[in-house]
Design a protein around this ligand. Structure first.
Ligand SMILES: Nc1ncnc2c1ncn2[C@@H]1O[C@H](COP(=O)(O)OP(=O)(O)OP(=O)(O)O)[C@@H](O)[C@H]1O
Ligand SMILES: [Mg+2]
Length: 261
């Protein structure tokens, strides 16, 4: 199995705060990896380092055959890694299609000046790519609706559609179901994962809902205090004593204690 992503001894400190420590792992191509961990455990920091939004204090990051440690987010995107943020990064005043076209134009644009990237905004290629992405994420019906008025689930799908127009091979999703109701989460993730699988994209997604993680991840990375405390198949990782104690909160309370209250 060839690793698409390999990190070694990754560390990130902010003054006295250690947000990532001694993280070493390999992600095989086309794996779907769920990242879990309590607030402040270092999940976003990990994603930020891989995508070039933060420079690691120590350690190395390899993507395919390249050392990408310390490269800019723009360079990393061009190499084939894309992401979404905890809060959807879309232009509220633009329609769904305009948003995807803008993302497609930026992904296709020449290096450097954003002005150049905007020029082919409505080229036939850009529009074709944007339409395909809208269909893939099942938001074609909303194409002429302004993003400001979209239901939250559609905003999330739009955000992820915009992240895949550049045909990334690795995609990192930071809490794709945040702000979505329990009832809607599964159908949203079904659409997202089906779309990503059809393009053979390797996915790392941060998720707080353990049922979603169990349903959609092939593998779970459990973060605690900046490091990975469990790494394995969902059933195995979620059963880990430390994961149950520090993250999923499902540790069985001994009956004597439970009955005492
Ligand atoms: N730019 C920064 N400057 C200083 N400290 C930071 C910075 N970014 C993150 N941290 C700290 O690093 C630690 C990890 O934060 P991070 O955002 O990675 O956590 P997280 O697991 O994504 O949490 P959440 O579930 O709340 O999104 C926290 O203690 C946080 O306060
Ligand atoms: Mg986070």
């Amino acid at each position: 199995m060839t690793a698409i992503l390999s990190v070694r001894k990754l560390e990130k400190t902010f003054g006295s705060v250690v947000a990532a420590r001694d993280i070493s792992l390999d992600i095989p191509a086309q794996q779907t990896v769920g990242i879990i961990g309590a607030n402040g455990a270092g999940k976003t920091t990990f994603i930020n380092m891989i995508t070039g939004y933060l420079r690691p204090s120590l350690g190395t990051i390899w993507f395919e055959d390249r050392d990408i440690t310390g490269r800019s987010s723009r360079q990393i995107t061009r190499l084939g890694i894309s992401r979404s943020f905890q809060v959807a990064q879309i232009f509220s005043s633009l329609t769904v299609m305009e948003n995807i076209c803008a993302a497609a134009a930026i992904a296709r644009g020449p290096r450097g000046a954003l002005a150049h990237a905007w020029r082919p905004l409505l080229s036939a290629d850009t529009v074709g790519e944007a339409r395909a992405a809208a269909e893939l994420f099942q938001i074609g019906a909303y194409r002429d609706i302004r993003a400001a008025t979209l239901p939250q689930g559609v905003r999330k799908l739009l955000d992820i559609a915009m992240a895949v127009v550049g045909w990334p091979r690795l995609l990192l999703l930071d809490e794709p179901t945040s702000g979505i109701s329990i009832e809607e989460k599964f159908s949203l993730m079904d659409v997202v994962m089906t779309a990503l699988k059809s393009r053979n994209i390797t996915v790392l997604f941060v998720e707080h809902d353990m049922e979603i993680v169990s349903r959609f991840a092939d593998r779970v990375l459990a973060f605690y205090d900046g490091t990975v405390i469990a790494d394995g198949a969902p059933a195995q990782a979620l059963a880990d004593t430390r994961v149950r104690t520090f993250i999923s909160g499902t540790r069985t309370v001994p009956e004597a204690v439970a009955g005492a209250g």
